[in-house]
Write a protein that binds this ligand. Structure first.
Ligand SMILES: C[S@@+](CC[C@H](N)C(=O)[O-])C[C@H]1O[C@@H](n2cnc3c(N)ncnc32)[C@H](O)[C@@H]1O
Length: 240
């Protein structure tokens, strides 16, 4: 299916949020080659690359120009904020205290992304691509593969989509991490048991409770690892 800009609602998180979601220390960012799928206009790459990280972001959004993405962000942000306000009971307002704080945080992430996008495209840090398509990277090219607010969350994409996407991520990454483990209705997705069933015999699987939570029930991160762990998730794990 074509990825059409006027159906896209770009929305992106900050590096500090990725670090909390995926339990990544500053050292982890510098010591691991990272590929992150469905980053959209998040500032993981802009901020992480600036401090010396090796990060590649993959998203179909990157087929559009910086002006097109910027215009679309400004066209849609009021709608996203209004929807969030209407459904405010579905969120935990402790760290992000209000809709205006949320707006500031998301706009700061997306502006950092916009400022970095053309440079990052030239440096091949932003790659236009979509899961579950096969990427051009050889096996085990990356220490860590991430998916924030895409895989598992959009459960309506179906099991086959998720299965093939996770297979491709595991082909090119030694370990992958997916956050959160709930769906858009804040319910633990039934895709999780299918993932454990399909990959549990071959890979090491862990579900980690993180200190990040904005969406209610969105506090767990799934790890699927081939070898021993690449980053410090366990050090910052809270007991469930
Ligand atoms: C909810 S946003 C999450 C953005 C970012 N990861 C974050 O947490 O701030 C979902 C992202 O998935 C991207 N996306 C949609 N279809 C995709 C696909 N088939 N493969 C990879 N990314 C996709 C969208 O363009 C969008 O940027």
């Amino acid at each position: 299916m074509a990825f059409v800009l006027d159906k896209v609602v770009p929305w992106g998180r900050r590096l500090s949020e990725y670090q909390e979601m995926f339990c990544l220390s500053d050292r982890d960012l510098l010591d691991n080659k990272i590929i992150s799928f469905g980053d959209g206009p998040a500032s993981l790459n802009a901020e992480g690359s600036k401090i010396g990280g090796h990060i590649v972001s993959v998203d179909p959004l990157y087929q559009f120009s910086v002006t097109e993405i910027k215009n679309r962000i400004y066209e849609t942000k009021a709608i996203v904020l209004e929807q969030t306000y209407k459904n405010r009971q579905n969120y935990i307002w402790d760290k992000i205290k209000s809709i205006s704080e949320l707006e500031k945080l998301r706009m700061s992430a997306m502006n950092l992304f916009l400022d970095d996008f053309e440079k990052g495209l030239a440096e091949k840090r932003y790659i236009c691509g979509k899961l579950p398509d096969k990427t051009n990277f050889p096996d085990d090219s990356f220490d860590l593969g991430l998916s924030s607010h895409f895989l598992l969350l959009y459960s309506t994409l179906g099991w086959e989509f998720h299965l093939q996407s996770i297979k491709e991520m595991l082909r090119i990454c030694k370990e992958i991490r997916i956050f959160p483990t709930c769906d858009l209705d804040s319910q633990r997705t039934n895709l999780l048991s299918k993932v454990i069933h399909s990959f549990g015999n071959t890979y090491k699987i862990k579900i980690i409770k993180t200190s990040y939570q904005f969406q209610k029930n969105g506090y767990e991160m799934l790890i699927i690892a081939k070898h021993k762990k690449t980053a410090t998730a366990e050090k910052v794990t809270r007991d469930s």
